[in-house]
Design a protein around this ligand. Structure first.
Ligand SMILES: [Zn+2]
Length: 207
């Protein structure tokens, strides 16, 4: 007599197969979980690595480039009138209160004026009121401006670096005639005047 047993038998067979291999399955699943954890750990560490391994702002894959450094435009100087970009200060030469857009570095006439950093000479202008004005563009939208020069030794388009002699200090800056021989030094970032002491802390009087 034929009985219909196959589904039960099948089930039983499947169940037996499962029971026989349960340790295998558990082992397999455990392996998968461990592999997943290791992979995740490696991926997360790799992502964190450029930041963790480079303290001090070195160039990293995700980090910003290092800020360019600048050096003082004169070897020997004393800081005279400091920058006053918003507050009015009295100008004895012009007999009026006005902003002072840069720092005056007092020194003897004829002292060499040096470029403060790597860049390109944007312009050399001989002006009536401010003597010869040299403008140099640097990285990151920073521009340095040297006013009241004579004997300028660079021309528009020249590549310059920190220490390149641009010209000499004169007493030709009519708008600051009463302040004696000095370099009037300005800096801008993205077209806006900034206190040069921001980039050159040694020029700050309250350092
Ligand atoms: Zn000045």
């Amino acid at each position: 007599m034929k009985t219909y047993q196959s589904p039960t038998k099948d089930k039983k067979t499947k169940k037996n197969f499962f029971m026989r291999n349960i340790y295998g399955f558990i082992f397999g699943i455990t392996l998968l979980v461990v592999a997943a954890i290791i992979t995740l750990t490696l991926v997360l560490n790799a992502r964190r690595a450029p930041v963790d391994n480079k303290p001090g702002g070195d160039i990293g894959v995700d980090g910003p480039p290092p800020a360019p450094t600048y050096s003082a435009p004169l070897v020997d100087y004393t800081v005279g009138k400091e920058a006053s970009l918003t507050k009015l200060v009295y100008s004895s030469t012009l007999n009026q209160w006005r902003t002072h857009n840069g720092i005056d570095l007092l020194t003897s006439a004829g002292s060499e004026v040096k470029c403060v950093g790597v860049g390109k000479v944007e312009s050399v202008k001989d002006t009536i009121l401010e003597g010869v004005v040299v403008t140099v563009s640097h990285e990151d939208g920073v521009v340095s401006i040297y006013k009241g020069l004579s004997d300028v030794s660079v021309k528009e388009g020249d590549s310059v670096t920190g220490g390149t002699v641009l010209g000499k200090v004169s007493e030709n800056m009519m708008t600051e005639q009463n302040d004696g021989a000095h370099l009037h030094f300005e800096m801008t970032k993205d077209g806006k005047l900034v206190d040069p002491a921001t980039f050159l802390p040694e020029l700050a009087t309250d350092k």
